[in-house]
Write a protein that binds this ligand. Structure first.
Ligand code: NDP
Ligand code: PYR
Ligand code: MG
Length: 764
């Protein structure tokens, strides 16, 4: 993707569909007059009075305890400099988003229009009662130091300037591990620090707490090396001033073991890297562009241990790994500050986690085959689900032990469980899906590539390395749309209606005719049929010219499913096809079957649908917990509609005793464990979180999924076709670009599995 396309993509992402990245959502009921009389006047007066009597009750009756202010004045925004409070807002909203998705902390981002230290402090102090914690962000040095110091002294909630301490914690953890890998000692390494601002000063101080020696450090600011004989140094810079008679970065880098960049893009040259000691450690952390580009650094020295602040290379040393989890731990024990002990606990926890075996889920999420502690993995990845369970408890424990916690944690195991529960799983699932596809991308034919949304999706999967698209449709239209959306690459475009494709069409027609010549199909009819894009696409998959097919964006389901069934057909040993839809609900992903094919399945077919869905759930890396739904609960009705579900459950219990499935059950009992436990304690589903609902017929399944989609604002993936011999997937009419991308990932994973199945069959 060109730089210009990336720029536009970022702008559209922020502008549409709703400007910005954050909104406020009520957490209480507000449906009735009664609800409103509780939420607001008169009911609201009661908690007000309780809090008036005892201020601490504010944590009990309001959202304060889980609400952090991300506050900036826009004077040092990333490495972009002093761009002002309004221009800093996208970054602050971004931090809010990260707080939420990684640690379930709510954020108000606040941009303050002043560069005056007293005014800024006054503003923060005045609004502090609203918040459980204050995250100062992107405020330039030296003002940042005084602002943080005074706010810490004057407020009784945790205050952290993230660019200082967040960065220090993460980079210290990474540095400890990098030094170990370079087989050096922290108290001996020579460290060059480019930058003498908020981040650099604080990092250098923490490295000292970890064992690095100040006499081994050389620090530079925009004017060059900070020497003791330089005029007018701030007290923070003076702390790091060197006796060495050098002035430039070039001189400082000679024989250095470590380079820490918290300054500006592209100030380090390959020559400087070459002058460093063996196994040099280079953390080029300026954002968005590092002090030296990752690829250039790696190409310059093979023995380098390299990290940047960016997510698109190995070793992302960025404070995103810290602030969500540090504040989570601090808020949960109501710490009054974030002190040295808590920071050090976070450093150790992060450094140690990088040495633990990496869960498969993380490998998949990052499209890696096997991440292991080493030069390209010195620090955990932000999407590592273990972070939420490891770092906050370490921070909370340190807060309790160092006497700054107002609450304790009575049961640490239980605390870890609640932390894990906090992680939303909807986006994780999509990420998992895309990354699993990326591990082995396949050729996917898009039967309606002359539709703009389909083409945009094809562009995304191509650029992200999820699939190799083959575009079917009117060549001219496709080419002109591709130009419009700047879709470039070595992509094959096929128009089945043109003479150019006659040879292939004739080949496909012959295969089709051979299969059906005794069933009334003439060769001429077969030839005509191959002009039709869905037949042509299905034939491509059948003949191995593509690995999977996607269609259905512009046509109704039955007209697309027919050629697929006719040409590709069902998998060996399967007597039915069915579909499942994955709804990304607030309680996690929910698989609903059969949403598109079997109108009135009997008990046996229902059991098959449950089995097929169970395989798909596993394909997503989850353990299926299946409720067979009905209007009846465990025999409360004898109607055939209920008894056929019972029959399916009995069959599954008899033949697949390890399958976690039960019913027949009403959906509220299926989804509410407490209700289920109270009324039906014998159910196999008690104590499990149901993630799959099998419906008694097509009406109920289809209506439910469409209803959920419309009312719930839940994303839907699917319908995923189950039981086909080769991967063919049908979109919903007018599916969105995201839905088509997700579906393509499913098609690719399906193709990966089909390949494995075929290999195994061949062995037999
Ligand atoms: N990866 C991460 O997690 C993080 C990265 N950062 C990055 O660190 C950088 C600094 O941020 P922050 O400390 O908040 O900002 P500050 O404004 O507080 O500090 C910037 C520092 O960079 C120095 N500087 C500017 N140009 C040069 C140069 N050519 N050579 C050496 N030093 C130079 C400035 O010098 P002077 O004092 O003379 O003005 C100043 O000391 C940014 O690029 C930011 O993106 C920050 C926080 C986290
Ligand atoms: C990551 C960050 O906080 C910064 O670059 O400023
Ligand atoms: Mg920052």
């Amino acid at each position: 993707m060109s730089e210009e396309s990336k720029r536009r993509e970022a702008l559209i992402y922020h502008a549409k569909p709703t400007p910005g990245k954050i909104k406020v959502v009520p957490t209480k009921k507000y449906a009735s007059q009664r609800d409103l009389s509780l939420a607001y006047s008169p009911g609201v007066a009661e908690p007000c009075l309780e809090i008036e009597k005892d201020k601490d009750q504010v944590y009990r009756y309001t959202s304060k305890g889980n609400l952090v202010a991300v506050i900036s004045n826009g004077t040092a925004v990333l490495g972009l400099g002093n761009i002002g409070p309004e221009a800093s807002k996208p970054v602050m909203e971004g931090k809010g988003l990260l707080f939420k998705i990684f640690a379930d902390i709510d954020v108000f981002d606040i941009e303050v229009d002043t560069e005056n230290v007293d005014e800024f402090i006054e503003t923060v102090k005045n609004i502090a009662p609203t918040f459980g914690g204050i995250n100062l962000e992107d405020i330039k040095a030296p003002e940042a130091f005084e602002i943080e110091r005074r706010l810490k002294e004057e407020l009784d909630i945790p205050v952290m300037h993230d660019d200082q301490h967040g960065t220090a914690i993460i980079s210290a953890a990474a540095l400890l591990n990098a030094v170990e890998l370079a087989e050096k000692k922290l108290d001996e390494v020579k460290i060059v620090i480019s930058g003498a601002g908020a981040a650099a000063i604080s990092c250098s101080r923490l490295y000292q707490s970890c064992g690095a020696k100040i006499e081994n450090m050389v620090m530079l600011d925009s004017k060059g090396v900070i020497r003791k004989d330089r005029d007018t140094l701030t007290s923070e810079k003076a702390e790091f001033a060197t006796d060495r008679k050098i002035d430039t970065l070039e001189e400082a880098m000679k024989d250095a073991d470590v380079f820490i960049g918290l300054s500006m893009a592209d100030i380090v040259t390959p020559e400087m890297l070459l002058s460093m000691a063996d196994n040099p450690i280079v953390f080029a952390m300026a954002n968005p562009n590092p002090e030296i580009k990752y690829d250039l650094a790696i190409a310059t020295r093979k023995d380098i241990i390299m990290a940047t602040g960016r997510s698109d290379h190995p070793n992302q040393v960025n404070n995103v790994l810290g602030f969500p989890f540090i504040f989570r731990g601090a808020l949960d024990v109501r710490a009054t500050k974030i002190n040295e002990e808590m920071k050090m606990a976070a450093v150790k926890s992060l450094a140690n986690l990088a040495k633990e075996p990496v869960p498969e889920q993380v490998n998949i999420a990052y499209g890696e085959t096997k991440l292991t502690f080493g030069k390209e993995y010195i620090i955990p990845k932000p999407f590592d689900p273990r972070l939420i369970a490891e770092v906050p408890p370490a921070v909370a424990k340190a807060a309790i032990e160092s006497g700054v916690a107002k609450r304790t944690i009575p049961d640490w195991d239980k605390y870890q469980d609640t932390l894990r529960e906090r992680l939303g799983s909807d986006n994780k699932l999509v990420r998992l899906l895309l990354n699993r596809a990326k591990l082995d991308p396949k050729r996917v034919v898009f039967a309606e590539a002359d539709q703009l949304d389909v083409l945009k999706a094809a562009q995304i999967v191509y650029e992200e390395g999820v699939a190799m698209p083959i575009l079917l449709g009117r060549k001219e239209t496709i080419e002109s749309l591709m130009k419009e959306i700047e879709f470039e690459g070595d992509i094959s475009i096929i128009d089945p209606k043109t003479e150019e494709e006659n040879e292939r069409k004739n080949k496909y027609a012959k295969v089709y005719w051979e299969q059906r010549k005794r069933r009334g199909v003439t060769y001429y009819a077969a030839q005509r049929l191959m002009r039709e894009r869905n037949y042509f696409a299905a034939m491509m998959v059948n003949e191995g010219d593509a690995d999977a097919l996607i269609s259905g964006y512009s046509r109704n389901y039955p007209s697309v499913v027919k050629p697929m069934l006719e040409l590709i057909g069902m998998r060996h040993g399967v007597s039915r096809i069915a579909t499942t839809n994955i709804m990304m609900t607030k309680r996690g992903p929910l698989f609903l079957s059969d949403t598109s094919i079997n109108i009135e399945p009997n008990g046996k077919v229902l059991a098959k649908i449950a089995q097929m869905t169970s395989h798909v759930v596993k394909m997503f890396g989850m353990e299926p917990v299946i409720a067979m739904t009905s209007y009846s609960n465990f025999g409360s009705s004898d109607h055939i509609n209920a008894s056929k579900v019972r029959e399916a459950v009995a069959y599954l219990h008899r033949h697949y005793p390890n399958m976690v499935v039960d019913g027949e059950l009403q959906t509220d009992f299926a989804l509410n464990d407490e209700m289920l436990r109270n009324r039906f304690p014998f159910s196999k589903l008690v104590g499990r979180k149901v993630n799959t609902l099998i419906f008694p017929n097509l009406d109920s399944a289809n209506i439910t999924y469409k209803l959920l989609k419309e009312l719930h604002e839940a994303d839907s993936i699917g319908p995923v076709m189950m039981g086909m011999k080769k991967p063919a997937h049908i979109l919903q009419l007018g599916a969105s670009v995201d839905e088509i991308v997700n579906m393509t990932a499913i098609a690719v994973i399906d193709a990966q599995q089909t390949e494995l199945r075929e290999l195994e069959n061949a062995k037999k």
